[in-house]
Design a protein around this ligand. Sequence first.
Ligand code: NAP
Length: 270
Amino acid sequence: MTNKIAIIGFGNIANAIITPLLDKKLIQPEDVYCLVKSEKSLEKLKKDYKHNINVYESSSQESKIIWDCQVKLLSVKPQQLKDIIEANNIKIRDSLLVSIVAGVSINRLTQKFPNHKCVRVVTNIPITIGKGLTGISWGEKISKDQKQFTKTLFENTSKVYEFNEDYLDIFLALTSSGPAIIALIIEALSDGGLSGGLPKILSEELVMEMILGTISLIKEKKLTTSELKNLVTSPGGTTISALRVLEKKSLRSSLIESIVSASNRSKEFN
Ligand SMILES: NC(=O)c1ccc[n+]([C@@H]2O[C@H](COP(=O)([O-])OP(=O)(O)OC[C@H]3O[C@@H](n4cnc5c(N)ncnc54)[C@H](OP(=O)(O)O)[C@@H]3O)[C@@H](O)[C@H]2O)c1
């Protein structure tokens, strides 16, 4: 990876994507040009960040240098996007702009950055520990090398899937909103343990180990979810009693609707 890369918004997710690449020397610190908005973030990065990258405050004159980079990773919050204005004297035409901004379509990116080839990416929070899931949709006329470069950006920290853009909203709902849904389920099940008299910390640990063990079992024995369910549900037993309550309270339908709702909300951002 030899291109100069600009990071427009070096926050949590950009940090999670770029730091492992720097750690593995797949990109060199002197090739990385980062923009942040505040003086506070600028100072923090300069003082505390372990790699000696180039960092600029977005309002400074020198920050214009980022528009000369062959690749840009756009990683500001959706509401901050309006402040990012493409320079009008770009030297390199058709450079690559990879956006991880939630819900912003390739069409909108292309209108906003007409001198760039735009790629829309959805990734999720486990990318911060190298266990992310990343969905990529290509804009028009992206070269083979640019595709390979984009995939390399994410492959170190996540499993990468390529999609038609139509699927990105539902991919986002499942994978980006999913961790919050799972956290809520862990919390609620732990509260169940708490109600039965277990200490909070122990209850939460048991729930998480149970979930990890269940996933491993399904994967290792190649079970379907129905097979796993039938394995632990005996006639007149405790599990069918628990499942009956969940069916009565429409848990299954609530989860389906939660994903549909998150996907619809993502479409509204556009
Ligand atoms: N969090 C998630 O779970 C998640 C998952 C997948 C994708 N995403 C997407 O990733 C993007 C970034 O999220 P994040 O959680 O990393 O956000 P974040 O930590 O708040 O980072 C945003 C960064 O953008 C900078 N910034 C703000 N305005 C700017 C401007 N005008 N010019 C240059 N830089 C500017 C901020 O600088 P200051 O610190 O100085 O304000 C900060 O470095 C979002 O669009 C989000 O939708 C998030």
